[in-house]
Structures are given as C-alpha cells and as structure tokens.
Write a protein that binds this ligand. Structure first.
Ligand code: NDP
Length: 300
C-alpha cells in the first residue's frame, strides 16, 4: 500500500491575533495615563497627495488609534505642497501642546525633500523613529523609540516564544525602514523584552549578495524585506527555520509577501502569512510609540 508522504506543515504565526493582544494592553495603559494626567495621547498623521496605498495605511492608523482610546488628526495636503510648506506644518506640530506624535506618511511626492522633512520632526514626537537622533540612540543600544516594523517582527517572535539569542538570523533587504534597523536591534546585547530577543548573529543580505540561497539557507530565522513578490522559495530555506515575511506586494488582485508561502510553509518550522503577519504589528507598534511619546511629554 502506498503511504501518503509525511509533510509537517509549518506553524502559522498569527500576526493579527498578536497585534490585538498588544493593542488590548496599550488600551489599558492609555486609560491609566488619561486617568493620571487628564490628557489623551494624540497622533497627527500628515498625508501629502493621493497615493492610493497611503490612503489605506493612514485610515488603518486612524482606526487603530480609536481602538486604543487615542485621538488622531489627519492632515491632508495637496500633491503640490512644497518642502517649505510641509516644514512649516511640522514646526507647528512640534510645538503643539495637544500633539504627542507626528507621522508623515511615506512616500512623499518626488519634488519634496523627504529627508529634510523627517529631520524636521522633533525627536520626542518621532513615532516612526526615522529621525537621525533616534537612529543613533538605537544604534548605541539605548533607544527612545523603536522603529515600528522591526519592533513588530521582534514582537511576533517574542509572543511566539521563538528566541533570537544565539541564533543565526538572515535578513534580506537593507532599507533604512526595515532591514538596517532590524539588524541593529537584533545584534544588541538586550532589548526592551530582554536579552533572549537580542544577541543574534545577523547576516544582512541585499541585491549585491553573491549566492544568496547559500546565505539564506544557513539561517535559523530568515526575514524577507525585499519588495519582490514570492521571491523566497523553499530551496532557500533551511528545514525547520522560522520565516518572517515583511513584504507587501500586489499581484493582480492578490496581496502577497516576499515569500512563496505555499512552498515555503512545507519546509519551514514557522511562518508568517501575508496578509495577517507583520502588517498588523507595524500599526500596533506605532500606537505603542505614540503612548511612549505622550508619557515623555508628561515627564517620562
Ligand atoms: P526597499 O525597496 O527600500 O528595500 C528593498 C531591499 O531589498 C534593498 O535593500 C534591496 O537591495 C533588496 N533587494 C531587492 N531585490 C533583491 C534581490 N533580488 N535579492 C536580494 N535583495 C534584494 O524596501 P522596504 O524595506 O521599504 O520594503 C520591503 C518590503 O517590505 C516591501 O514589500 C514593502 O512593501 C514591505 N513593507 C512592509 C511593511 C509592513 O508593515 N509589513 C512596512 C514596510 C515595508 P539593494 O539595497 O541592494 O537595492
């Protein structure tokens, strides 16, 4: 008699459920802060132009604020806004007593100097953690704010009890938003959730990495942040490895990650889906940073 082949499909790491769990904790902390100070944390989100994906992201952020009891203000500006006009708005928000955190939705229209705008945000209100001062603090292992997507990845690992200490972690993608700060966090001696979710041996791969598959298949934890639909195939993954898919790509009507989920889940030990993996955590860590910013404003 022919036996069916024994495949052990990967454990699916449910980012949506983890995000809800953290949002419930944040909601309780917001309620306690309001009771203590009489002030409600507020996120100001700046949206320039009408890039469709940005509209969705900003709407999700507003809804998430509401869920945890924070207020939010969406400031919509026309695509014709100049760098100087946007800078003036940021200066006003920097000194606005009501505003705890400022978020400028990226990408900005091409004619705007995005670096100048991000640099203009007061680092105490920099809930995306893109300001050079916050990047520097992170690199020195004493962060004030942790960047949302990288910290979301670490929260998924933490809440799934997958430790990074002593593990070989390979990150594909070296952007300032995901790959680089995530590598910076994972090589530290500790993290806000303790040393078990730091202390990794990190390989940061990119488009110039030769023999990428040999590098990725050596990793205990493989994190893809590339922006190429279903790029990571089963043969690039070590059997039993944890695979975290940061990618969000539109493939026709479908939203897919940077990992070929169907084939990789047959070899991986654990894997995040897209959608419902890292995405919900990014929004949640933004709420966490807004709470930190509100506390900072109230003296710590
Ligand atoms: P970037 O385009 O800024 O960076 C992509 C990185 O991937 C670069 O370092 C690039 O290398 C590398 N890369 C591209 N092609 C290859 C390849 N063939 N082999 C190896 N490396 C390659 O992207 P982001 O970091 O901003 O975003 C990455 C993905 O994550 C996107 O799909 C984005 O939509 C998604 N994302 C998801 C978020 C979430 O909340 N889930 C949040 C932020 C982003 P090089 O530097 O050499 O060009």
């Amino acid at each position: 008699m022919t036996q069916p082949s024994a495949t052990t499909a990967a454990r699916i790491l449910d980012g949506k459920a983890i995000a809800l769990e953290i949002q419930n904790e944040i909601r309780d902390e917001v309620a306690a802060l309001v009771e203590q100070t009489g002030k409600r944390p507020k996120l100001a989100a700046v949206l320039v132009g009408d890039y469709p994906a940005s509209q969705v992201y900003v709407r999700n952020k507003e809804m998430a604020c509401k869920r945890v009891g924070m207020t939010s203000e969406l400031i919509r500006l026309s695509a014709a806004t100049t760098t100087e006009e946007l800078e003036q708005l940021i200066e006003r928000l920097n000194t606005d007593e009501e505003t705890s955190g400022i978020l400028v939705q990226l990408p900005l229209p091409k004619h705007i100097d995005a670096q100048r705008i991000l640099d203009a945000i007061d680092w105490r209100k920099d809930v995306d953690a893109f300001h050079p001062y916050n990047v520097g603090l992170l690199s020195q292992g004493r962060p004030q704010f942790l960047p949302c997507t990288p910290y979301g990845v670490i929260q998924i690992l933490y809440r799934s009890q997958i430790k990074t200490a002593g593990k070989k972690v390979c990150i594909i993608g070296r952007s300032d938003i995901v790959g680089k700060p995530l590598a910076s966090m994972l090589v530290q001696r500790s993290s806000p959730i303790g040393p078990d979710w730091a202390n990794a041996t990190v390989t940061l791969a990119h488009s110039q990495t030769p023999n990428l598959a040999a590098v990725t298949s050596d990793a205990d934890i493989l994190i893809a942040a590339i922006g190429q639909p279903e790029f990571v195939k089963a043969e690039m993954v070590r059997p039993g490895a944890t695979v975290i898919d940061v990618g969000i790509n539109r493939l026709g009507e479908r939203l897919v990650g940077d990992v070929d989920f169907e084939s990789v889940k047959e070899v991986a030990g654990a894997i995040t889906p897209v959608p419902g993996g890292v995405g919900p955590l990014t929004v949640t860590m933004l709420l966490n940073n807004t709470l930190i910013a509100a506390r900072l404003k109230n003296g710590g």
